[in-house]
Design a protein around this ligand. Structure first.
Ligand code: BGC
Ligand code: ZN
Length: 371
């Protein structure tokens, strides 16, 4: 069957012939690919600076943002049946007995670094017609989310990021309003950096949680991304029109920054205007480039004098997948057009080279196995 793969030893990217998998253990599920999202990580793997094939294979099958349909289940699979929609997680635990996070299903916090990631590091991914996965790494998706569930994985980044923010901010009285015993963002101000898929989904999550939310991104408004953002009640501010001091004047004291831009110069500029007791969540993974000047003294003074917390977050746990699916349902009710507009276009697998190698266009492009 066909798969999209990178072959680092030959510097090749494209469709390969890949052996179709079969259920060969009781806890396994055979899944038919419906859609796979393409993200910056995939494009970076295609420049051969990141990612690695499984040992014994020349190539790595790409794809970690998958929506699939269950075709067959092993004898011990309890909660899934053929026809169910599922989203797989990305990271698989290391094998060390002493790795507490991995032993507790929190491989997103693996403490040895010997984890692997499907479609990224040492395990094949999901850009292929069928794949197998253990039930524990799959999350059920209700059929009404069929058209948008390929966005679950990128949304899990925001889910985990915000969970981290709540955890960190439990250090002080920060939450002004609770609902049903849970913290809300009401009365707090959040700035999202970037209007790509990570930024827009992060902004939706923060808005849904009640934060007064702003997106800070390069292009001048009006533009299609700004239109989407404003359509769900988030204010768009262009960095070409407003420097970070002006951003801080417009927003007021910034309580939370969700960085989804992957550009270190902008990220550190905005860090210099984070407010008192603020929390700054980094999610972007920039490719290493030449050093840049930053306002290091100002930033360090602020971190101390303003009790700021800076948190990096990568990958996501099972809880983040579950809340992402719940939240997609909420977004679908409140902002269906904005949510659907995040998906720019669906392409057949044959378009993989353009999608992975040419200049990125639109917001989220998808390979659909039904095109
Ligand atoms: C993926 C994460 C992964 C990270 C680092 C991101 O694109 O969404 O699941 O952990 O790359 O490899
Ligand atoms: Zn990704």
């Amino acid at each position: 069957m066909k798969a999209v793969a990178v072959t680092p030893s030959q510097k090749k990217v494209g469709i390969v012939e890949h052996t179709a998998p079969a259920v060969n253990a009781d806890d396994q599920v055979l899944i038919k690919s419906l859609e796979v999202g393409i993200c910056g990580t995939d494009r970076e793997i295609c420049t051969f600076v990141y990612g690695a094939p499984p040992s014994g294979s020349d190539y790595l099958v790409l794809g970690h943002e998958s929506l699939g349909e269950v075709v067959e289940v092993g004898g011990n699979v309890r909660n899934l049946k053929p026809g169910d929609l599922v989203v797989p997680s990305v990271r698989r635990p290391c094998q060390h007995e002493g790795c507490l996070p991995c032993r507790q299903g929190l491989q997103d916090f693996c403490s040895t670094g010997d984890f692997v990631e499907r479609g990224i590091n040492q395990v094949h991914g999901f850009m292929t017609e069928t794949y197998t996965e253990e039930e524990q790494y799959l999350t059920y998706v209700p059929p009404e989310l069929r058209d948008v569930a390929v966005l679950v994985e990128p949304l899990t980044i925001a889910e985990k990021g915000l969970a981290q923010a709540w955890a960190v901010q439990s250090r002080l009285p920060w939450v002004l309003h609770e609902e049903n015993g849970k913290p809300t963002g009401k009365g707090l101000r959040a700035v999202v950096l970037g209007a790509g898929p990570i930024g827009i989904l992060g902004a939706m999550k923060l808005k849904a949680e009640g934060f007064d939310t702003y997106v800070y991104s390069r292009s001048k408004a009006p533009n299609p991304k700004a239109d989407i953002v404003e359509s769900f009640g988030v204010k768009y501010i262009s960095s070409l029109e407003h420097d970070v001091e002006s951003l801080a004047k417009i927003v007021g004291s910034i309580d939370l920054v969700y960085e989804g831009i992957g550009v270190s110069s902008v990220a550190f500029d905005v860090l210099s205007v984070l407010g008192l007791n603020g929390v700054y969540i980094f999610t972007g993974i920039p490719a290493p480039r030449d050093p840049i000047p930053i306002e290091a003294d100002q930033i360090m003074r602020n971190i101390v004098l303003k009790n700021q917390a800076i948190v990096g977050t990568v990958n996501a746990d099972k809880a983040a997948f579950e809340t992402a699916i719940t939240d997609l349902g909420i977004f679908m009710e409140r902002w269906p057009d904005a949510l659907k507009a995040i998906i720019t276009k669906r392409y057949p697998i044959e378009a993989c080279r353009e999608l992975l190698l040419d200049k990125a266009t639109g917001i989220k492009n998808i390979i659909s196995f039904e095109e």
